[in-house]
Design a protein around this ligand. Structure first.
Ligand code: FAD
Ligand code: A2P
Length: 380
């Protein structure tokens, strides 16, 4: 072989590692994409088909079969073995590596003359890798900016998500909260809660550390003909707002394939009429779906109970005990309780009295309902 031919052959051989390296990089890129898609696909139907379609176009899925990783993020299981809500995402973002959301809206959820400060706050969730997905009834963690008294980052506080998986704008890339600013007096001084004050004072464009989603306690049943009794005080309305939007908001109904056919009954406790959160939306749903939605208010500082005291939702529960228990006898009925921790004993007492009138023992019935996944409570 002539010297010049040898040079060509050696030069050609020298390119081989570069070519191998090039193919390796392409393969790695596809493998990583496939891994993410495998995780996301488990949620695609339930969480947000619109976003999915743009995030994983049909063409891009082709290489996943050839290059799928040996351990997929969500391993394929036989359909029969699946638990209810198995696909619901939990802890996609941990507090140590939170998602950074951007505030798009922050407005008062109260009317003129209301007590305190309650804000409806929306965050843009776009651009997550993986996507920040959630379903109705879940909560998220918020990490307030700044440090605590020990110079450590603030621990996360939980907030119930008040929007459906499609978000208030139906684009599937936002999350909304309903936050009451914690304020109390101590030694003649007004103390403001750290995280609730931080949230209530945010402006559009602000960046916020969000963890989660968390929680499977407050999820809606999958059956379209379930009956849903909701007992809420104050910001405990947040998950209920998401349920009611899912059930009765026309654009929601167009988006998902879950067509609610049961009976929903919301009991809402607020100190004043001006404090009733999302009241006009719920009144509107009631007028459009009178057969499916009942809405009963307990306005503690404007209405009196039969004993002349403040009207609380447990007083309303007693008032409608017969109908509530008729509904509970139906195995398709679920009860959701959310809001002040203090309401739980009151509700228990009312249910005990109401059950006794039907010859039932609430202390036996409640654990059975809970075990059957029909009693859902989240109080704080
Ligand atoms: P902090 O600065 O943490 O202060 C709270 C502390 O102040 C208390 O632990 C107590 O030590 C003290 N304190 C409180 N009140 C008094 C008082 N009257 N007198 C003396 N000391 C007092 N909140 C919402 O607004 N909306 C929601 O949707 C919501 N969802 C939640 C869901 C879950 C699952 C949970 C667990 C909580 C939820 N919360 C919600 C409550 C929220 O997580 C925070 O606890 C709340 O916002 C207060 O946090 P903060 O940082 O403002 O108060
Ligand atoms: P009140 O404060 O008049 O005693 P908000 O969070 O907007 O203040 O609303 C909470 C509502 O829950 C208020 O109407 C409040 O009444 C009411 N509430 C307070 N304590 C209880 C309790 N133990 N059981 C039921 N409702 C309660």
């Amino acid at each position: 072989m002539a010297y010049s031919e040898t040079k060509v052959v050696i030069g050609g051989l020298a390119h081989i590692p570069i070519i191998i390296g090039f193919f390796y990089l392409i393969r790695r890129q596809y493998s990583f994409g496939a891994m993410l898609r495998t995780g996301k696909n488990a949620l695609s139907e339930k969480v947000n088909p619109t976003v999915k379609a743009s995030a994983a176009p049909a063409k891009a899925t082709a290489p996943t079969k050839a290059t799928a990783p040996s351990k997929p993020v969500v391993p394929a299981k036989p359909a029969a073995a699946k638990k209810p809500h198995a696909d619901v995402p939990v802890n996609t973002y941990k507090p140590k590596a939170p998602f950074i959301g951007t505030v798009t809206e922050n407005y008062s959820a109260l009317k003129e003359g209301a007590i305190g400060k309650v804000q409806h706050i929306t965050f843009d969730l776009s651009g997550g890798d993986p996507d920040f997905k959630y379903v109705e009834g879940q909560s998220c963690g918020i990490l307030a900016a700044g440090e605590d008294a020990k110079g450590k980052p603030h621990r996360p506080r939980l907030y119930s998500i008040a929007s459906t998986r499609y978000g208030d704008n139906f684009a599937g890339n936002t999350l909304s909260l309903c936050v009451r600013q914690l304020q109390y007096e101590k030694d003649g001084e007004t103390i403001n809660g750290v995280c609730s004050t931080y949230l209530c004072n945010l402006s559009p464009g602000d960046k916020v550390k969000i963890s989660g989603p968390v929680g499977k306690e407050m999820l809606l049943p999958e059956e379209e003909d379930s009956n849903i009794i909701m007992l809420a005080t104050g910001t405990g309305i947040a998950p209920m707002r998401a349920y009611l939007r899912r059930m009765f908001e026309p654009t929601e109904i167009e988006k998902h394939k879950w067509n609610f056919k049961g009976k929903a009954w919301l009991f809402m406790g607020a100190p004043k009429t001006a404090n009733l959160l999302y009241d006009s939306d719920f009144e509107h749903y009631k007028s459009k779906f009178p057969e499916n939605l009942r809405y009963t208010k307990a306005i503690s500082r404007e209405q009196k109970n039969t004993k002349g005291g403040r009207m609380y939702i447990q007083d309303r529960v007693l008032e409608y005990a017969e109908e509530i228990f008729n509904m509970i006898e139906n195995p398709k009925t679920h009860i959701y309780l959310c809001g002040l921790k203090g309401m739980e004993p009151g509700i228990d007492e009312a249910m005990t009295t109401a059950a006794a009138a039907k010859g039932l023992d609430w202390s036996e019935l409640r654990p059975k309902l809970r075990k059957a996944g029909r009693w859902h409570a989240e109080t704080y």
